[in-house]
Design a protein around this ligand. Structure first.
Ligand SMILES: Nc1ncnc2c1ncn2[C@@H]1O[C@H](COP(=O)(O)OP(=O)(O)OP(=O)(O)O)[C@@H](O)[C@H]1O
Ligand SMILES: [Mg+2]
Length: 511
């Protein structure tokens, strides 16, 4: 008996281990896949919704593995053995006992697919809730600032109601399932008893034989019930697994060719050759862009909001590929270059600085994992960030909260610049933040930027007068097209769009 207990324990342990191992591998594979999907995927979905699929649906799939895989084989074998035993005991009684089996099979088949559908909808609702929740928690400042708490509560409650209704529907189906199986399990022995007693009265069966038959029959129903529960569980998990595989079926838009070249020495000529691009089909955001950025040149992009400046910059690290035309680096089509190599030579300082929770040091090391402490210091000094970092009580080991919310805007920007210094890339993309800073920070950042831009081919989406004026070339964009190109003085003399922009925007707004 002790042996049997140990066997039982080991069986559960090993099957569970195998199952959970499978789920663990699935989880990691999913993360790996999602990480490789293109910008488009992330731009179109809520962060919380993606997270929900990677956490909740995986957990749902795991349910099945955890609870079910242990029993299914044992039970199937047990059923088969019992069936043979029963058949040997009394064929007619066995037939009667199994007369209601079609109900069981029916319930497995039709209810299974309904439960699956209902469960899909439940997971869908969970995803909607997670998406909204993540946004509203990340943006709690806005919620509070506009005193939207009551409306948000109402919205959340109504979404929870929808989820509740979906859950109820799924529960409804599993209850029907349970009822049908219960009916089979309770009624069949009755039928057997009824037929058996008639046989006994006619002298064709003994009481002992009937009792024995009934005894085995009862053993038959345990596994049947478990298999039907399993059916519910399986249907739920299949719904989750389907949803997980929807992600696996998505392919990244930007893919590396199998024979992509290594990038050896980079000179830094960036060439846009008749580029047309749109996020949606038929809505071009960039049209017929022709432009060459020479090695070491700083090219400033100006133009109205929405004219396509950031979009054009995003083509260089291949966050998107153009619909028509070619972007080249030193004469190579970007699509022929290994992605990692390409991105290794581009530094990006974005419109909004993204910092992760962790120490300042950890955030800097993203740019160069093996940087020595002295290099970190140099980069911070070059970015005019050392001054404030060194006065923090914990210095480089100061913990940054999520999105860097415990730092000021100017401090975050300077950390981002320090990161770019550390990476020391051949090419730089600078999408300047429009946020106004006090004149000291403004000056410090300006100073750091001019150092950073030196001798790198740079795309600068500029809102600062000095950056624009000092650029080698200024590109004026309007509705996805380049309408003027040239150095500051020449464009001013022309008296066109730039001259007007300069008068309106830079001249009046900059102190
Ligand atoms: N991920 C996206 N999906 C769909 N459309 C987008 C996406 N990003 C930008 N757009 C659209 O593309 C157009 C160009 O946007 P882009 O961000 O390039 O403008 P911008 O010139 O950088 O403006 P700003 O000066 O305000 O930063 C806009 O009309 C915008 O609505
Ligand atoms: Mg922009």
């Amino acid at each position: 008996n002790l042996f049997w207990m140990a066997a039982c324990y080991l069986r559960s342990l090993f099957t569970a281990k195998a199952g959970h191992r499978m789920i663990r591998d699935l989880r990691v594979a999913l993360f790996n896949h999602v990480q490789r999907l293109s910008h488009q995927f992330f731009a179109r979905r809520q962060t919380g919704a993606i997270v929900s699929r990677m956490v909740n649906d995986i957990a749902q799939a795991q349910n099945f593995v955890g609870a079910a895989l242990t029993n299914v084989w044992m039970d199937s074998v047990l059923l088969l053995v019992l069936f043979i035993v029963l058949l040997n005991l009394h064929a007619m009684l066995t037939l009667i006992a199994l007369a209601l089996m079609p109900i069981f099979l029916f319930s497995i088949k039709t209810l299974g697919s309904r439960i699956r559908r209902a469960s899909r909808e439940v997971q869908q609702r969970v995803e909607v809730i997670s998406g909204g929740l993540q946004e509203k928690i990340a943006g709690v400042t806005i919620v509070k600032g506009f005193t939207r708490e009551p409306e948000e509560l109402e919205r959340f409650a109504s979404q929870s109601d929808k989820l509740y209704n979906r859950v109820l529907r799924s529960v409804h189906y599993s209850a029907i399932n349970e009822m049908l199986v219960g009916f089979v399990v309770l009624t069949a022995p009755g039928l057997v008893l009824w037929y058996g007693s008639r046989q006994i009265l006619q002298g064709q069966l003994t009481v002992g034989e009937l009792t024995q038959f009934l005894l085995y029959l009862t053993m038959f129903y345990g596994p049947i019930q478990r298999l039907s529960d399993l059916n519910v569980l399986l249907s739920n998990s299949l719904a989750a697994i389907e949803r997980i595989f929807e992600y696996f079926d998505m392919q990244p838009q930007v893919i590396e060719k199998p024979n992509a070249q290594r990038l050896r020495r980079v000179v830094g000529t960036i060439e846009f050759d008749k580029i047309t691009f749109g996020y949606e089909r038929g809505v071009p955001v960039l049209q017929q862009i022709d432009l060459t950025i020479e090695p070491g040149e700083t090219v400033a992009f100006v133009g109205a909001s929405g004219s396509g400046k950031s979009t054009l910059a995003n083509l260089v690290p291949r966050f998107y590929d153009p619909d028509e035309g070619v972007v080249r680096l030193d004469g190579h089509d970007l699509r022929d270059i290994r992605l990692a190599d390409l991105r290794a030579v581009i530094g990006i300082v974005n419109q909004e600085t993204i910092l992760f929770s962790g120490t300042i040091q950890e955030n800097l090391l993203l740019a160069k994992p093996n940087a020595a402490p002295s290099e970190l210091k140099e980069a911070l000094i070059a970015a005019n960030a050392w001054e404030f970092v060194s006065t923090l009580p914990e210095g480089l080991w100061t913990e940054i909260s999520e999105r860097g919310s415990n730092l000021s805007g100017g401090q975050k920007q300077r950390l981002a610049i320090a990161r770019a210094f550390l990476k020391n890339p051949r090419m730089l993309i600078l999408d300047e933040a429009t946020s106004a800073l006090d004149s000291k920070s403004e000056h410090q950042i300006q100073d750091a930027l001019s150092r950073l831009l030196k001798e790198r081919s740079s795309i600068v989406i500029a809102h600062r007068l000095s950056t624009v004026m000092n650029a080698d070339k200024i590109v004026v964009m309007e509705r996805g097209k380049i309408i003027e190109i040239g150095p500051h003085q020449a464009l001013l003399k022309r008296g066109g769009a730039y001259a007007q922009l300069y008068q309106e925007q830079f001249f009046h707004l900059t102190p």
